[in-house]
Write a protein that binds this ligand. Structure first.
Ligand code: ADP
Ligand code: MG
Length: 247
């Protein structure tokens, strides 16, 4: 599928410093840029100040734990709430979402996940999914939107993946933007993420996996719409690209 996987970071679509604070204007302007890019897209969004605080309260993280039913249920409720807001912003500017559970990627009715997604795109819709709580072993864990983005890129053989963030990209230990990262960048010091998943470090691990699929990977600020548009179209932009270290 000739599609771009766009991960709308929870850090940009919400204000992570304030519980349940959605950034509607930001999502609307990102959506406008996506509409005018006329790219085929699959969207994934993070949990930001909806999913992460609830997950953390109930001890849910990216490693499996014995979660209580209220924790699982309330975290998912927060995510679905955020998804509704995101979809409303998207449709307000003519980007029509088809929300699906990441589970759909494994439980598909007689159709491969990629042809299922392709049919939705061909119908003029934009598939949208988000981080979720899933069963693993005897417990539950947070399945990060970054990991889902990798799965989507793999299944779709996506040409490009754009991670939209609240920062310009990846900074080195002196606070300078790194324009191009490779595997060795995992040795950087990352601020401990106030996040139920792995923050920037997990994102980079997934981004490197995506790059090794042969997919172009960009990290860009969602507050700089012009740079986001360029990244979406595969043009040069201010931000970080991830180089396929297998090359
Ligand atoms: N070296 C780094 N370069 C850039 N951002 C970093 C770095 N270390 C930590 N961060 C933090 O990672 C955050 C992005 O990760 P995260 O909060 O998980 O984003 P998202 O919600 O989009 O997944 C940034 O807001 C930044 O504060
Ligand atoms: Mg994150």
């Amino acid at each position: 599928v000739d599609a771009v996987v766009v991960k709308l970071g929870g850090s940009v679509i919400t204000d992570k410093s304030s519980p349940f604070k959605y950034r509607g204007e930001v999502v609307t302007s990102l959506a406008r840029a996506m509409v005018s890019s006329s790219q085929k897209m699959v969207l994934v969004h993070g949990g930001g100040s909806f999913g992460h605080p609830v997950a953390t309260t109930y001890g849910l993280s990216s490693s499996p734990s014995r979660a209580t039913p209220d924790g699982v249920s309330r975290t998912r409720e927060a995510m679905f709430k955020l998804n509704r807001l995101v979809c409303q912003s998207l449709s307000s500017v003519g980007l029509y979402a088809y929300t699906f559970s990441p589970f759909t990627l494994v439980q598909k009715a007689g159709m491969s996940a990629s042809s299922w997604i392709k049919k939705i795109i061909d119908a003029g819709l934009t598939p949208v999914t988000f981080g979720d709580i899933v069963i693993e072993g005897d417990g539950f864990k947070v399945l990060s939107g970054d990991t889902i983005s990798y799965e989507l890129c793999r299944i779709l053989k996506a040409k490009r993946c754009v991670f939209v963030l609240d920062v310009d990209g990846v900074y080195n230990n002196y606070g300078r933007l790194i324009r191009e990262i490779t595997r060795s960048s995992l040795n950087l010091k990352f601020k401990r993420a106030d996040d139920a998943t792995g923050g920037m470090r997990l994102k980079l691990i997934e981004a490197l996996k995506i790059a090794s699929l042969g997919t172009q990977v960009a990290l860009v600020s969602g507050f700089k719409i012009h740079e986001f548009s360029k990244a979406l179209q595969g043009r040069e932009f201010h931000g970080t690209i991830v180089r396929n270290s297998a090359q």
